[in-house]
Design a protein around this ligand. Sequence first.
Ligand code: ADE
Length: 358
Amino acid sequence: VEYSIVTHALIAWYKACGRVLPWRQTHDPYAVWVSEVMLQQTQVTTVLPYYARFLQQFPTVQALAAAPLAAVLKQWEGLGYYTRGRNLHKAAQQIVSEHNGVFPGEFEAVMALPGVGRSTAGAILTFAFSPVDKSKAHPILDGNVKRVLARLFCIDGTGPALEKALWPLAQALVDAAEDVYSLNQALMELGATHCKRSDPHCLLCPLKAHCQAYATSQTGIYPHKVKRPPTPHYAIAGAVIWKNNQVYIQQRPESGLLGGLWEFPGGKQEADETLEQTAVREVQEETGMTIKLGNAFTPIDHAYTHFKITLHMFNATWLSGDANTNQPFVWVNPAQLNDYAFPKANGVIVKALMASST
Ligand code: ADE
């Protein structure tokens, strides 16, 4: 394969057709890092407003390191995969304590930051540093780039085996390119806009003439799919408990799913249980409080990575029992709910409660 023909075609296409995005207009390693972490599991259009707000509130590594974790999670609210926000905060403190607050320019030091893997480190070094120092150019291999390369070269396999085969190809393209900044942006851009998982826009693709999957009508089978069991679907029931015009919320443990976010008490419906029974039982188990259920909110569907839920929430009045739990909890006026970060599925309920209180 003549790698330099591929890189030339890609880079020319990117320069003519690539989207202008805010993180493509800066070489500030802090801003580039924030963008790459936000983009790890999230699409460009979703990230745009979060990126702008985050940099406005935390314009420097120092500002991020000095902020309370709750403020960082509040900015992350709705973006999902909250471990990314916690890691970003922890990494900022590490940069302050171990690198005097200067974002590191060494690959190993960037890799050592929590939440930064090989591909993200490669992207940060390439985008922030390689334009002035070619030795900082590194290959990248995120989900989009894997798909592009697996099709371009018809590479079999899935998971770690596929990655092992693709890294040398990503490196070969880097070695063949003069402008690795544009090469890496182009690979991501192509994966996001044309080389999509289903119905790729092959007729518009700058690599049409070089793509081995396209030449053999096999774009549909590359990259090979992992066989996953169907995602389970849980019914969750819970309660917005009212006492003296305030509602009860509790904070989830730091570790685990949605760690550190606030929630209304609730949990999984068991077999042979009505949703009402689930809500009353979960509140009793989690808080020790006895409640009387009122009307139901509209059920909310939400998809997590490994399962789906339908959230059935009820208004409820407190009857007896003091909140008795190891988790932090507060009674708040609904107007204050905005000060707490909630999982995305709760957003509609929080909005409705806040609207009703004004
Ligand atoms: N996804 C990950 N990094 C990206 C970038 N720099 N531009 C667009 N999408 C991306």
